[in-house]
Design a protein around this ligand. Structure first.
Ligand SMILES: *Cc1c(COP(=O)(O)O)cnc(C)c1O
Length: 231
């Protein structure tokens, strides 16, 4: 059995290797450790390796952990579906939100971002696979929504995020991530600055790095598989 320290160090080594293999700048892919359902003790173990950025997608699960580690200067990323009645807590306790996919939620996050805190970093979640079961703005609507998001003073649009449909081969995975990268280019060409492509999880990290991911969101490969009842 590998320890958490060994697993997270192995992931960092793999990211470096893939950066090199695909001609990416060293250090250009950030590791977001997805600690959803995992206890504070495991987050502390990851912190011992230098990990500062953690991703959570269940608010009720995340808030006590954020409180317990509030003196640690960590950076918390909300990556889960957003219910409108949760925007106050999300805007108050997180530094990033990757799953913004509609104007109403953006408006509420903006309105609830506490005065005196820096703008909330956000990514627009895109349903790049056009899957009716997945959340995210449709690609054709992404530019219009991005133009609205940049108007919010308490939000800072950083880029795009996607959770693609499951595909088996590297080529299929790459094609989907390439489409997100191209959409980001289109939005940039319309004059909207963005520096983030949040894509790639345990199963498709290589494809994402090959296609320009700047943040990979890794849970299972660091913390082990989540028990079914925690999903
Ligand atoms: C759970 C989750 C991840 C991490 O997935 P793994 O397959 O465990 O690496 C990444 N992104 C989102 C949005 C998630 O919900």
């Amino acid at each position: 059995m590998k320890t958490l320290t060994e697993r997270i160090n192995a992931i960092r080594a793999r990211i470096s290797e893939l950066e090199q293999q695909y001609g990416r700048d060293p250090g250009s892919v950030m590791l977001l450790a997805v600690s959803k359902t995992r206890p504070v003790a495991e987050i502390r173990a990851a912190m011992q390796t230098g990990q500062r950025d953690f991703g959570e997608n269940y608010l009720q699960d995340a808030l006590p952990k954020i409180a317990a580690l509030s003196d640690q200067g960590l950076c918390w990323h909300f990556i889960g579906p957003i219910q409108s009645n949760k925007t106050r807590d999300i805007a108050a306790h997180f530094d990033w939100v990757h799953s913004v996919d509609r104007l109403k939620v953006a408006q509420r996050l903006n309105d609830h971002r506490p005065a005196g805190t820096p703008p909330l970093n956000i990514c627009l979640q895109v349903n790049i696979s056009h899957d009716p079961n997945k959340s995210g703005v449709m690609p054709a609507d992404a530019l219009a929504l991005a133009k609205q998001l940049v108007e919010f003073p308490a939000l800072r649009l950083r880029g795009l995020m996607t959770i693609p449909v499951h595909t088996e081969t590297l080529a299929e995975q790459r094609a989907i991530f390439r489409a997100l990268h191209e959409l980001a280019e289109t939005i940039r060409q319309a004059g909207i600055a963005m520096d983030t492509l949040s894509m790639g999880m345990t199963e498709d990290m290589e494809a994402a790095i090959a296609e320009g991911a700047t943040m990979v969101r890794i849970g299972t490969a660091i913390f082990g598989s989540r028990s079914a009842h925690n999903e």
